[in-house]
Structure formats: structure tokens, C-alpha cells
Write a protein that binds this ligand. Structure first.
Ligand SMILES: [Zn+2]
Ligand SMILES: [Zn+2]
Length: 175
């Protein structure tokens, strides 16, 4: 049985992952979303980030992908090499399935504030109720960041924005 999941799609926007088989990790509501963990996708193999991911059919089971991700999370820490507990596995597999079941094979997605959003959809405006705050854009900022080749992240790279101390401002287009 195959599993629908996300793999890196090209190197547009911000891309620090250079893996041969870059497979996405689960969105993680970490404490520092502005560093990229709130709006980029982590690679389950190298733990580095990328911007765009495509939904594909993988031969691994949901459990195998989740295990790869959880084992990678512990790398370099005190739990390195330890198998995840049964409870953590079943909770994380449920979380995985909640995302996987909404993916359409072939579509490209970005991550914002724990939501996985298709990019190839024509939006008049984008409004996302994330883990941290509500985001309202005229265009997905990831697309602007890809066009400006990562020269400006706008609100997404600003801790004041994520902490609710500032409203939305778009990344700047390259001059
Ligand atoms: Zn972070
Ligand atoms: Zn990687």
C-alpha cells in the first residue's frame, strides 16, 4: 500500500536541503516560527528546510515515514537512536494521516503556521488560521520570497509579527 506524502519540489525560495531523496517532516509548532520552522518545510532526512513540496505516492507506510521523522528529530539529542514510544507513534501517525488525507498527488504545497497550503490555486486573498495567529495575505508570501530569491522574508521572518506585536507586511520584491 502506498502513502501520499510530501517531497521537496525544486530549490525555489529558501532551500537548505540537498538530499537525494528529500522527504518532508511534519509541521512542528516550535517556539521560533520566524527562523523558518513556522513557514518552511523540514527535511526528515537532513533536518534542513525547503520552501516547496510536491505530494507524491511513496512506497513507505505512514508508520515508516513518521518513524524516520521522529528518529531524525532526536538526532544529536539525549534520545538519539531511541525508538519512539507506542503512544508517540500512534499520535504522530494520526497527525500524519490528518495531513496526508487532504493532499492531492501532483500538487505543490507550502507550510504556514502548521497548515499545508496548495500554491497552484488562484487566490484573491489568503486567510489562514494558524497555530500562532491569523494570517491574511493578498498573495502567498512564499511565492514572493521565491521571486525575490530569498532576499526578504517580510513578516514571516519577523518575531514581532509572529508574537502578534505587528500586522502583516509582505516580503519585498527584488528591485
Ligand atoms: Zn524555529
Ligand atoms: Zn534533506
Amino acid at each position: 500500500m502506498s502513502t501520499v506524502w510530501l517531497v521537496r519540489d525544486g530549490t525555489g525560495g529558501v532551500c537548505w536541503c540537498n538530499c537525494m531523496d528529500p522527504i518532508a517532516s511534519l509541521p512542528n509548532p516550535a517556539g521560533c516560527p520566524w527562523c523558518g520552522c513556522g513557514w518552511l518545510i523540514g527535511c526528515a532526512r537532513c533536518r534542513k528546510c525547503f520552501t516547496f513540496a510536491r505530494a507524491v505516492e511513496r512506497k513507505e507506510s505512514a508508520e515508516e515515514i513518521v518513524r524516520l521523522d521522529l528518529m531524525g528529530l532526536n538526532e544529536g539529542g539525549p534520545s538519539e537512536g531511541k525508538e519512539p514510544s507506542k503512544l508517540l507513534m500512534s499520535n504522530t501517525v494520526a497527525y500524519f494521516r490528518s495531513i496526508s488525507s487532504r493532499l492531492k498527488v501532483g500538487l505543490v504545497y507550502v507550510h504556514l503556521d502548521t497548515k499545508i497550503i496548495p500554491v497552484d490555486v488562484k487566490y484573491d486573498s489568503v486567510s489562514i488560521n494558524g497555530e500562532r495567529r491569523r494570517h491574511t495575505f493578498s498573495e502567498l508570501p512564499h511565492k514572493i520570497i521565491a521571486r525575490n530569491k530569498g532576499s526578504d522574508f517580510g513578516a514571516l521572518g519577523d518575531n514581532d509579527y509572529w508574537l502578534g506585536r505587528k500586522g502583516y507586511y509582505a516580503p519585498k520584491e527584488r528591485q
